[in-house]
Design a protein around this ligand. Structure first.
Ligand code: ATP
Length: 535
């Protein structure tokens, strides 16, 4: 329910729109509107400035094993196809999907859920991909239809399992697919590569095949040597990158949570192998703290360490920062960011050739001819410590975050309904987006109480004074109460109002979004007061 309201607010107030909406939209693609673009920019900028540009490399931060440097990159989306062969994405980056012979639709195997039900002596599994709020209703309606029962006969349906996912169902012949009328129309699961394929140049043959990057990380690994050679960074140091990634997700869903085009904020942190576990702990906690500081505090946010079966083949430790999004069933969490200890997997793969995940220690995967299945670059990506003379392949800790998922979590967390008194003291419902001031799209709004007595002129001069410092909004239309409501929905932390008293003493009211507290400040102090409040 909350999700429906949030989705509608996002559209109504210009946070998010469906991509190409006037043509019916394109599944898995979203556009950020005027308020959304500012919100997402603030998320990205908070990340970049906290992790990179305002990182102090001279001091040892709390719980860090030592001081460290941070630097950035901006790589292309299309890269040499060999990058994806050596990284493992070409062979391994797939999801399992099932096709429906009847509806011709395709679903991600692990995202189809359903329940076993018995009626009229027959037991079937009714599957659905409906969102959690609607799945019980949807499954019941489809079971009634299948058994040709009326709604009033729903008590003839005997449900004999809770919701489970398709991989937990043995054999698919008793399954009623999410859009099917008959049983057993789903195929056995098959692998489906998630990379978008494209062609570079005009010829369009197999030699010109390339891929849209499914993650930004590989651009960092293949530039490791360039960065070391062109700067004076020394291990330990991190390289950060923000940019678009593309995955041909089989079932994009849950608003922007699983999109086909999205933005990542990734760090590859290079360190000495002997210190890597301590750096892994540091980055896990540092990244969790970042979300907490920006307002995702509380039990909806958690840090979950993967158990050994869940770890990727290259990883000796992975933890996810997760958020209990309102579209998930109670008790379930969705990943905001993964922090992985990747050892030397990536740098070695790009030097020597794709590593075989089944070997310990990792060795290059060989074909029947004894040659590497995918050749590496052959370039030396080792690091030489110029103080000790030691040469080694650095280990990597990777905090990999999604800008869109973070933005969605901040939107969900901010959405609040409460009641506030109107001008006549009567309680009215209001919707307020309680964004952290750093993330709020607008920092302040300036209003003249009424459109006369010189109030608009004073309010405009305040707007002009604030404008070089913060994104601020001027509004003189309609009743002041409605103007406040509009700013509450946009998440603007402060509203400044010019009223009758301003004309006599040069003070204005400043109203605080969350507490609704109002007090008077001098016009001349507006900029410094907002600066104080917002930092
Ligand atoms: P999931 O298991 O949810 O598909 P993942 O483990 O494959 O995610 P990673 O490869 O670790 O994701 O990507 C790092 C981050 O990129 C994720 O934590 C998430 O924030 C973001 N991300 C990944 N896929 C998507 C997507 N389809 N839409 C939006 N963000 C995504």
């Amino acid at each position: 329910m909350v999700m429906d309201k949030l989705v509608s607010l996002c559209r109504r107030r210009g946070f998010l729109f469906q991509s190409s909406e006037i043509y019916g939209g394109l599944n898995g693609f979203w556009d950020y509107g005027p308020l959304g673009v500012e919100l997402k920019r603030n998320v990205r900028e908070a990340w970049w400035s906290d992790m990179v540009s305002r990182h102090n490399s001279l001091v040892c931060l709390e719980n860090a094993p030592s001081p460290y440097e941070m630097t950035g990159l901006d790589c292309t989306i299309i890269m040499h196809p060999q990058v994806w062969k050596c990284s493992g994405h070409y062979d391994l980056f797939h999801d399992e999907m099932v096709d429906c012979a009847e509806s011709k639709r395709r679903y991600r195997y692990d995202q189809v859920r359903g329940r076993w039900v018995e009626a009229k002596g027959e037991r079937i599994f009714v599957a659905t991909i409906a969102e959690s709020d609607d799945e019980s209703k949807e499954v019941e309606q489809r079971a009634l239809k299948f058994f040709r029962l009326r709604a009033k006969d729903a008590d003839q349906l005997r449900w004999d399992s809770d919701f489970i996912t398709l991989p937990e169902v043995e054999g698919l012949d008793r399954v009623l697919g999410p859009d099917a009328r008959q049983l057993g129309t789903l195929t056995e699961p098959r692998e489906f590569n998630l990379m978008f394929k494209t062609y570079v140049g005009a010829l369009g043959g197999e030699e010109s095949v390339a891929f849209l990057r499914p993650e930004t990380a590989q651009g960092i690994f293949v530039n490791f040597k360039n960065v070391v050679d062109s700067t004076r960074v020394r291990v330990p140091f991190g390289i950060a990158q923000v940019g678009k990634s593309f995955r041909n997700e089989i079932t994009p869903r849950n608003f922007t949570f699983r999109s086909r085009e999205f933005e990542q904020m990734e760090i590859e942190f290079f360190c000495h192998p002997k210190d890597s576990n301590r750096w892994y702990q540091y980055w896990r906690d540092r990244r969790m703290q970042w979300y907490t500081d920006l307002g995702l505090a509380g039990e909806r946010l958690r840090l979950r360490e993967h158990d050994s079966q869940e770890l990727s083949h290259y990883s000796t430790g992975t933890a996810d920062v997760e958020y209990a999004f309102p579209f998930l069933p109670p008790g379930e969490f969705g990943e905001l960011e993964g922090i992985a200890h990747r050892g030397d997997f990536d740098l070695r793969s790009h030097m020597e050739g794709k590593l075989d995940p089944n070997t310990r220690p990792l060795e290059v995967e060989k074909g029947p001819d004894g040659q590497p299945v995918w050749r590496g670059s052959g370039k030396d990506l080792t690091y030489r410590d110029d103080l000790t003379g030691e040469r080694y392949v650095p280990h990597v800790i990777e905090p990999s975050a999604g800008a869109d998922r973070a933005t969605l979590a901040f939107l969900c967390e901010a959405y609040t309904e409460d009641e506030v008194p109107d001008e006549k003291g009567k309680l009215q419902k209001r919707t307020v987006m309680r964004f952290h001031p750093r993330l709020a799209p607008l920092k302040a709004a300036v209003f003249p109480l009424v459109k006369k007595d010189g109030m608009p002129e004073i309010a405009k001069s305040i707007y002009t004074a604030l404008n070089p410092h913060f994104p601020v909004f001027y509004d003189e239309k309609g009743a002041v109460g409605r103007r406040y409501r509009r700013q509450d929905e946009a998440g603007t932390p402060y509203c400044l109002t010019v009223d009758g008293q301003t004309l006599t003493d040069n003070t204005i009211t400043i109203r605080e979004r969350d507490s609704l507290a109002q007090r008077r400040i001098k016009i001349d102090d507006c900029v410094s007061e907002l600066q104080r409040l917002l930092t």
